[in-house]
Structure formats: structure tokens, C-alpha cells
Design a protein around this ligand. Structure first.
Ligand code: HEC
Length: 110
């Protein structure tokens, strides 16, 4: 292999690796979010598919999925019949993962 070719190869391989690392990170967030959604009982109100019911809003159709700040605020502070989760360290630390999971779920439903 010529030296020039191997330099280009290294750059291409590096770019591919960084893309792979980013998507591995995203997958991990989605996976962690799914665990939290189930274990920390979002599921009991918003349902196993996050589509909600007559009493609870759908999260996959929620406009809050487009606004991480508003999403985070509701999860941490609560709203109406939605309890605050700020005292739940797993949820407080994992809000980004929950956001990633629900966005992933919403994208799959389209
Ligand atoms: C005890 C039932 C209950 C649990 C448990 C619960 N929620 Fe909620 N959630 C609600 C209710 C009720 C609302 C509607 C609040 C309102 O607008 O008055 C809501 C609203 C929301 C909203 C805003 C939706 C919108 O479009 O306005 C988000 C986001 C949300 N919940 C996420 C979560 C997550 C994430 C969890 C788990 C960490 C969770 N909820 C657990 C009852 C619950």
C-alpha cells in the first residue's frame, strides 16, 4: 500500500470510527432510557408504549419531545397529576436518556 493511500485510509477509518462511537453512545442512551421508563414507573401512567390513555398524555406524541428543557422541567418538577421526580436520582441523572428513548420511540411510530 502506498504511503499516501494509507494516510487517506487512516482518515477514513477514523471518521467511520467516530460515527460508530457516536451512534453507540446514542444507542446506549436509548437503552438506558427504556430501562428507566419501565423501572421508575413512567410506564404505570403513560403506558407500556408511552401512548398514554384518557387520563394520561401520550409521550410519543408530546410536543415536549422537541424541547428538552420543557421535558426536563416537567419530569423533575412535575405538573398537575404528574409527580415530581427530582428526588429520584436515577431519573434526575437519566432525563437525557429518557428524552432519547421517547424520541426514538416516537420516530419508530411514524
Ligand atoms: C402518577 C402518574 C404519572 C407518572 C408515574 C408519570 N407521569 Fe408523566 N404525566 C402525568 C400526567 C397526569 C401528566 C399531564 C400533566 C399536565 O399537563 O397537567 C404528565 C405529563 C408528562 C409529560 C408532559 C407531556 C406533555 O405533552 O405535556 C412528560 C414529558 C412526562 N409526563 C414524562 C414522564 C416521565 C419521563 C415519567 C417517568 C420518569 C413520568 N412522566 C411519570 C402522569 C404521570
Amino acid at each position: 500500500m502506498s504511503k499516501k493511500f494509507s494516510v487517506v485510509g487512516t482518515i477514513v477509518a477514523g471518521a467511520l470510527l467516530s460515527v460508530a462511537a457516536q451512534s453507540a453512545f446514542a444507542d446506549e442512551a436509548v437503552e438506558n432510557g427504556e430501562k428507566l421508563y419501565k423501572r421508575e414507573r413512567c410506564e404505570t401512567c403513560h403506558g407500556p408504549t408511552a401512548e398514554g390513555s384518557a387520563a394520561f398524555p401520550s409521550l410519543v406524541a408530546s410536543p415536549k419531545l422537541k424541547n428538552k428543557e420543557e421535558f426536563t422541567k416537567i419530569v423533575l418538577e412535575g405538573k398537575g397529576a404528574m409527580p415530581a421526580f427530582k428526588a429520584n436520582k436515577k431519573v434526575a441523572d437519566g432525563v437525557d436518556s429518557l428524552f432519547a428513548y421517547l424520541n426514538d420511540l416516537a420516530a419508530k411510530k411514524k
